[in-house]
Design a protein around this ligand. Structure first.
Ligand code: FAD
Length: 443
């Protein structure tokens, strides 16, 4: 396998971008549009591009993945190269990249689950939301998660959009997912799922829930699933449309339908209960008034659970040597220029979730990347020349040259997946094993 051809040597400046998610692609676009003198190498640790558009966005929301058409057009721009299957921090260090490129943009996202720091959180059957989402989306690092869905009750912690995705995937009948690009292993497990009741527990009141209206409204329409919400505290908050949607769900706890999804509020998890595996969650429960939890009036309640999925946020993907802040939520930076305790680290930039933390939509990453690239382009003429050439790092004889996957090779993987999906009336059957991806990448 040799993915990397001769680099675009005519271009004056060479920029490496680490991470081929939305932020990486939008940064590449901004660089290539701004200057014909810049060549961009977009690295990803996976042989597949697109980051969380492929491994985060829910399989039953295919329209959102149409943004891939934009990314494909960026990949076709002169001066662009994709170098998949290269893990920065293992196969090449950030320092190495700085030696071979004029500038480096870190755009490797925030894929680590925030830690559920309460007793019992390490019991079997407790999973992080990012891990669970990666599992059903066929992320090669997450396919071994194999969650046990044989029990009757799932508790999902959190009221953000990631929580809603997880709940919807658990709540939907598997035949409603069968024609999506959900991973085959996940479809099989979900088809055999025994889950009948899903409790969605938020710390906040309904007025503070972080999910968006469109995603919440969908809960009224899931076939075979009755959605209810805790009654009695939806007052006011006209500016928070989600509270109004919650209040539209019936309050009855004894629901009909093969599945029941129940939203509950003011529940702060304080312990996961169980011996070798989870059997429940203990919460400090605050009464809700005017849509908000009343602090100082908590009582303890236990909720049964056969599986717990904690969708409580995510933290920056770690690269050795970078300055992380905010509980490792993101890398320290000033409008995209990475800064350590001494100030700006020359030629080092950040874009996307690693720059601002896990927030916003796919499109938010465009303006974010444009801001970073604006600073980079302003700095470029005064940045020191690299001490070594890009060719010496990525040329045919180098280990990156031998093991990296080009965009054309990714397109071979893409074709194989689409072909594999056609047999099952799916848009694609994702290849979830890196060795199999490489086999399908061809020369
Ligand atoms: C479950 C979920 C559902 C979502 N649904 C939606 C939605 O419906 N609509 C919407 O607008 N937004 C949605 N989002 C948000 C959207 O996915 C993010 O805004 C966006 O993906 C962030 O882009 P990014 O490029 O910063 O990070 P990512 O998309 O995470 O990309 C980071 C890339 O870096 C690579 N990488 C990591 N470490 C290394 C390394 N060491 N070396 C090389 N490469 C590395 C990763 O493989 C990955 O490809 C969702 C997010 C999640 C988690």
């Amino acid at each position: 396998m040799s993915a990397v051809g001769a680099h675009d040597a005519d271009r004056r400046y060479h920029v490496a971008i680490v991470g081929a998610g939305p932020a990486g692609f939008y940064a590449a676009e901004a660089l290539l549009q701004a200057s014909e003198g810049v060549a961009v190498d977009l690295y990803d640790r996976l042989p597949t591009p697109y980051g969380l558009v492929r491994y985060g966005v829910a399989p039953d929301h295919p329209k959102l993945k149409q943004v891939i058409t934009v990314f494909r057009a960026i990949a076709a721009m002169a001066g662009f190269r994709f170098l998949g299957n290269v893990t920065v921090g293992r196969d090449v260090s950030v320092e190495d990249l700085r030696r071979h490129y004029h500038a480096v943009i870190i755009a490797c996202g925030a894929e680590r689950d925030r830690v559920l720091d309460i007793p019992g959180a390490d019991l079997k059957g407790v999973h992080g939301g990012m891990a669970f989402v990666g599992w059903y989306n066929g992320h090669p690092y997450r396919r071994s998660l194999a969650p046990d869905l044989s029990g009757k009750t799932a508790v999902v912690l959190g009221l953000g959009n990631v929580a809603l995705d997880v709940v919807r995937i658990l709540a939907k009948p598997s035949d409603a997912l069968a024609r999506t690009d959900i991973a085959a292993h996940a479809l099989e497990t979900l088809a055999a799922s025994g889950i009948e009741r899903i409790v969605v527990a938020g710390r906040s009141g309904p007025a503070q829930a972080r999910c968006t209206e469109k995603e919440l409204r969908e809960f009224g329409t899931i076939p075979g699933c009755v959605t209810t919400a805790e009654p009695g505290h939806f007052a006011a908050s006209p500016e928070r449309g989600v509270a109004a949607i919650f209040s539209g769900f019936p309050a009855a706890d004894a629901a009909m339908g093969s599945r029941h999804c129940h939203f509950a509020f003011g529940l702060q998890p304080i312990a996961i209960l169980g011996n070798d595996r989870v059997s429940g969650v203990r919460f400090a429960r605050s009464p809700i008034s005017e849509g908000l939890p009343l602090l100082g009036a908590e009582v303890e309640v236990d909720v049964e659970a056969d599986i717990v999925i904690a969708c409580i946020g995510s933290r920056a993907t770690l690269l050795p040597g970078l300055p992380y802040v905010g509980g490792e939520s993101f890398v320290r930076n000033e409008a995209g220029r990475i800064c350590d305790a001494q100030g700006w680290v020359p030629a080092l930039y950040a874009a996307g979730w690693i720059k601002r933390g896990a927030s916003g939509t796919i499109g938010t990453n465009r303006a974010d990347a444009v801001e970073t690239v604006g600073h980079l382009l302003a700095d470029l003429p005064s940045l020191p020349e690299p001490t070594s050439s890009v060719h010496l790092l990525t040329g045919a004889g180098t280990s990156i040259g031998r093991s990296s996957i080009s965009f054309a090779q990714w397109e071979n993987i893409d074709r194989a997946e689409i072909l594999g999906g056609a047999n099952h009336a799916k848009p694609r059957e994702k290849i979830t094993d890196i060795a199999a991806m490489i086999l399908n990448a061809g020369e």
